[in-house]
Design a binder for this molecule. Structure first.
Ligand code: NAD
Ligand code: UDX
Length: 464
């Protein structure tokens, strides 16, 4: 089975970069990425490749090479489905905000809409690939919708979850630890579909990293991987609080623990709390699935990872208030960083949002600087919480273009995203322009304590 045309529905953080890399590596395949969001598609097509809607190191170069050659961005979803031999579904699967499973289950309405659109449009056989992260056994529902249209088209459903992390997406896609492909490996047609997708990745990924499984294992492995990663962060964050009470240092503990080859050093960096569009959503989904099978202990176990993370965000904000003599009312607090991690403009579930909201509830005046996040996004994130009116958010939060504007005349500075540029700031100048005592809170263990204390800062860092 030779794939000549690929369609990807969803031009977001996963669809865009993944398809750009497939197009770059497979010049003989036409790849069309479609989305109902016209603004997003227009941005992907922007003449100036630096204006593509997603900031990822190295991405604009890949897009520049392939766009217009065999990589296309379009809002014509029907045409792309019609033409494709293989269709990736890469739409968002957020936590449900209504009805049964509200606040827990994954909202699959966008997935179902895609399936119905494919069923309506397709005239020849298709391989449909789940790229979105989905609850285990979603492929069954997809197949049901696709097979019951009665137009004689045959579908193979594959699960091919994406493991890229934002900020390193291009490198993760170019050099993946593994590519997971789940399919109906008990049938000849299923095996052929799996092989077709394996052949695509084999253009640049060695065969031993291409892992094929049954569909359910693939779907569940994605949720499991995210749960394990998030659990490590919550585990080290739990220890960070104990470190602060005991005089241990969480970085030293993480290093000592991580040198055990059975544990390993990654994902043991204590922080103000994990954010991002995936960890919380996917664990909540896992909790929901476990509960729906009556596995209450399993559900409780994973839910604790989220509870610990919420605690960490709250605890950091509370520490600021407590340190500033138990009140931040009317005080100016500068937040450095809004993105959920460095090297991305994504702010979904960023700890900064919750820290800011907490401080605003305590009547602080908040100044924000982030090198990549747009001003409207910061207000939109706060408005989404519905804690106060959008007018009030705009009156009490100022977003500025340089870190020094944020920190000038402030009572305290808090580092919330580990952007490299924050390390090299002129901290002496910042200190001189702040009110005294000048408090500096490092939520990322980014800054060196000694030099900051020598300047004169009252320095607090997570986990020490
Ligand atoms: P996103 O919100 O950035 O992009 C999804 C896009 O799908 C949006 O642009 C939206 O307009 C579009 N869309 C929704 N319904 C559509 C429809 N019916 N037709 C056409 N377009 C439609 O989301 P994302 O971050 O790219 O995540 C997509 C999926 O990948 C999610 O399931 C997520 O859990 C998973 N995932 C995300 C990451 C990550 O780092 N962001 C990593 C791995 C997996
Ligand atoms: C994650 C998974 O890593 C990726 O495999 C999956 O496909 C999508 O979800 P992402 O959310 O983009 O990727 O970034 P990640 O690097 O995992 O960071 C998630 C959050 O955890 C960030 O807020 C980050 O700052 C935080 N984190 C990560 C820590 O606080 N400490 C760590 O040691 C690692």
């Amino acid at each position: 089975m030779i794939i000549k045309n690929i369609c990807c529905i969803g031009a977001g953080y996963v669809g865009g970069p993944t398809m750009a890399v497939i197009a770059q590596k497979c010049p003989e395949i036409d790849v069309t990425v479609v989305d109902i969001n016209k603004e997003r598609i227009d941005a992907w097509n922007d003449e100036d490749v630096e204006n593509i809607p997603i900031y990822e190191p190295g991405l604009s170069a890949v897009v520049k090479e392939a766009r217009g050659r065999n990589l296309f961005f379009s809002t014509d979803v029907d045409a792309a489905i019609d033409k494709a031999d293989m269709i990736f579904i890469s739409v968002n699967t957020p936590t449900k905000t209504y009805g049964i499973g509200k606040g827990m289950a994954a909202d699959l309405k966008f997935i179902e809409l895609c399936a119905r659109q494919i069923a309506r449009v397709a005239k020849n056989d298709k391989i449909v690939v789940e790229k979105s992260t989905l609850p285990v056994r979603t492929a069954e529902a997809l197949k049901n919708i696709l097979d019951n249209t009665g137009n004689g088209v045959n579908y193979q459903i594959l699960s091919n979850p994406e493991f890229l992390a934002e900020g390193t997406a291009v490198d993760d896609l170019m050099n993946p630890d593994r590519v997971l492909i789940g399919g109906d490996i008990d049938t000849e047609e299923g095996k052929q579909a799996v092989e077709a997708l394996v052949d695509i990745y084999a253009h640049w990924v060695s065969r031993e990293r291409l892992l094929t499984t049954n569909v359910w294992s693939s779907e569940l492995s994605k949720l499991t991987a995210n749960a394990f990663l998030a659990q490590r962060v919550s585990s080290i964050n739990a220890m960070s609080e104990l470190c602060e009470k005991t005089g241990a240092d969480v970085n030293e503990v993480a290093k000592a623990v991580g040198m055990d080859s059975r544990i390993g050093p990654k994902f043991l960096k204590s922080s103000v709390g994990f954010g991002g569009s995936c960890f919380q959503k996917d664990i909540l989904n896992l909790v929901y699935i476990s509960k729906s099978f009556g596995l209450n202990e399993v559900a409780d176990y994973w839910e604790q990872v989220i509870l610990m993370n919420d605690h960490q965000k709250r605890r950091f904000a509370a520490k600021i208030v407590q340190t500033l003599f138990n009140t931040v009312s009317g005080k100016k607090i500068a937040l450095l960083g809004w993105a959920f991690k460095k090297d991305t403009n994504d702010t979904r579930e960023s700890a900064a949002i919750y820290v800011a909201d907490y401080l605003l509830n305590e009547q602080a005046e908040v100044m924000v600087y982030d090198p990549k996040v747009k001003t409207e996004q910061i207000y939109a994130d706060l408005d989404y919480l519905n804690t106060r009116s959008s007018e009030e958010n705009r009156a009490r939060v100022k977003v500025v273009n340089t870190p020094y504007e944020a920190t000038k005349d402030s009572h305290a500075v808090a580092v919330l995203t580990e952007w490299d540029e924050f390390i090299a700031l002129d901290w002496k100048k910042i200190y001189e322009e702040m009110l005294k005592p000048a408090f500096l809170f490092d939520g990322r263990r980014l800054l060196e304590r000694k030099t900051k204390e020598e300047i004169g800062f009252e320095f607090y860092a997570i986990g020490s």
